[in-house]
Design a protein around this ligand. Structure first.
Ligand code: ADP
Ligand code: MG
Length: 252
């Protein structure tokens, strides 16, 4: 038995099996193992952990990329002192992803700039990192995409596509009015996800005024009914964070 040839043989095997991290860290692990008289099992655990760590990181990276988040802000970047209307514990509870297990929704309701998109995104990124298939889309873009699909005769496929995400974030409901045909497609999606999948919504429009957004009261009711049946509504008040420095100057 020639240790030199065996070492090369092992490297070749690792290369053949595409275990790149194990190849890269082989010398280091052998040295550590010899110095600390590690058992065979412990050595192998140490070596395989290098491979697993990198694969996990890559997987997390691609899950977050697939999510199409507008930015990578997380809950730790959120200043709860600036937003006292929020119950911090409630946000931490969302991060346990319990609501996804129960197919429940979250609605962030409040005026512009109070952090609705920030918090919705933070929860989405957290879910994606835990391997939950997650997708972020602005309501207007969602409607445009569904419209295009209808024109191209594959609406059903497109609806199924959006229905399949374990967590869908629909941002900015109500910034732009939605006509009746579009509202019907939106209803179809909400209905497909109802009690099967979780959705996070952000909106600046009080529920009473959704009639005006969806233009047809019956449809608006049917949509709201399904959204709110199993939902936590987080009502946010206060000044826009975007304007906080301007407001501070004015108060000086
Ligand atoms: P909304 O969706 O309610 O209009 P955003 O979530 O887009 O508001 O917030 C506007 C900007 O201010 C974003 O850059 C966001 O990260 C930031 N922001 C809002 N609230 C806070 C906060 N409490 N702490 C830190 N950043 C915040
Ligand atoms: Mg927003």
């Amino acid at each position: 038995m020639n240790p030199g040839t065996n070492y090369q043989h092992l490297l070749n095997n690792l290369e053949y099996l595409k275990l790149k991290q194990m190849m890269v860290h082989l010398n280091q692990v052998i040295d550590f193992s010899v110095q600390n008289q590690l058992s065979f099992v412990d050595t192998l655990i140490k070596l395989t952990n290098y491979e697993i760590d990198v694969r996990e990181q890559n997987m997390i990276h691609s899950m977050v990329k697939v999510g199409a988040f507008p930015h990578l802000k997380e809950v730790k970047d959120f200043d709860f002192d600036f937003q006292p209307s929020i119950n911090q514990q409630q946000i931490f509870d969302f991060l346990t992803l319990r609501f996804i297990e129960k197919n429940e929704n979250i609605v962030f309701l409040g005026p512009s700039g109070v952090g609705k998109t920030h918090l919705a995104t933070s929860i989405g990124i957290h879910a994606a990192k835990k391997r939950t298939s997650t997708y972020f889309i602005k309501c207007h873009d969602l409607i445009q995409n569904l419209k295009r699909a209808r024109l191209e005769n594959h609406l059903e496929n497109r609806l199924k596509h959006y229905a399949k995400y374990k967590l869908l974030i629909i941002d900015e409901i109500g910034y732009l009015p939605i006509d009746q045909e579009d509202a019907k497609m939106f209803f179809q999606l909400i209905d497909m996800r109802y009690e099967k999948r979780s959705t996070i919504f952000t909106t600046n429009i009080n529920f009473k005024a959704w009639d005006e957004v969806f233009q047809e009261p019956k449809l608006a009711n049917a949509i709201l009914d399904r959204i709110l049946h199993h939902a936590t509504v987080v009502t946010m008040v206060g000044n826009s964070y975007r304007l906080k420095d301007h407001l501070a100057k004015e108060n000086e």
